[in-house]
Write a new protein. Structure first.
Length: 241
């Protein structure tokens, strides 16, 4: 099973910062999961919440700040003084670093309640501009969202990009999510994993990555199921021996 470090290795460093991403690499995670949104001046930045209150010394919504305003804030001290001064990364800054690593990547588009028009096109544009021709964008990266219209938009823009449908409820027909979005992966909360639909998905060539698996009990539930990967705040706990 593949392990993605959730928001970077967020148990060990402030989530969605370069400190968390470099920690994930140090811990030998297979991949990184991160969340993207757009600033007032149209820059794609990495952050989970639409508001910055929980993870910085600022207050308000990302859509109301310019990038230079956000760059003045401290996204590390809330976690530990050791990380004081940690900045909010732009996706482009992260991606330039990421290209030098062997990691897989899951980019989660955080549309809803704020809807960022054009975030899908801008995201693909950044990746295609920065990545060298030799980089395998289509097999190293999955773009996921709880906001399923974003997944349809990605496929309209470039059907070769892999996408993952996030869900946190048990649909009557799980595979219908794939039919609706043309996605390549199902990304359920682990509560909604069950061997029947997993079997059906895997036989249809659909991958399954589940969030967020943190405790030994959660891992014991997930491990016997035939899924592709997990997202974990503690990627080091599940290293293959
Ligand atoms: O992509 C998996 C997981 O990150 C989804 O939930 O709220 O942690 O972004 P959340
Ligand atoms: Mg996420």
């Amino acid at each position: 099973m593949i392990t993605y470090a959730h928001r970077g290795a967020r148990a060990y460093a402030p989530e969605n910062t370069m400190a968390a991403f470099t920690k994930a690499l140090d811990l030998k995670a297979d991949g990184i999961e991160l969340d993207v949104q757009t600033t007032k001046d149209g820059e794609i930045v990495i952050c989970h919440d639409h508001a910055i209150d929980r993870t910085s010394n600022g207050t308000g919504w990302i859509r109301d700040f310019t990038l230079s305003e956000l760059k003045k804030l401290d996204f590390g001290s809330w976690f530990d003084q050791h990380f004081a001064g940690e900045a909010m990364p732009t996706f482009a800054e992260f991606f330039a670093w990421y290209l030098k690593t062997p990691l897989l990547l899951n980019i989660e588009i955080k549309n809803g309640p704020v809807i960022y028009d054009n975030i899908e096109a801008e995201l693909l544009n950044i990746m295609k501009t920065i990545a060298p021709k030799s980089f395998d964008l289509y097999n190293r990266i999955i773009i996921s969202s709880f906001y399923h219209p974003s997944l349809c938009k990605i496929k309209e823009l470039d059907a070769q990009f892999k996408t993952g449908v996030l869900f946190s409820a048990r649909p009557v027909d799980v595979l219908s999510l794939i039919k609706q979005t043309n996605a390549d992966y199902l990304h359920p909360h682990w509560h909604y994993l069950d061997s029947d639909w997993i079997k059906e998905a895997r036989e249809a060539g659909i991958g399954v990555n589940s969030y967020t698996v943190n405790t030994p009990e959660e891992f014991a539930f997930v491990a016997p199921l035939n899924i592709t990967g997990i997202f974990s705040d503690y990627p080091d706990r599940w290293l293959k021996s």
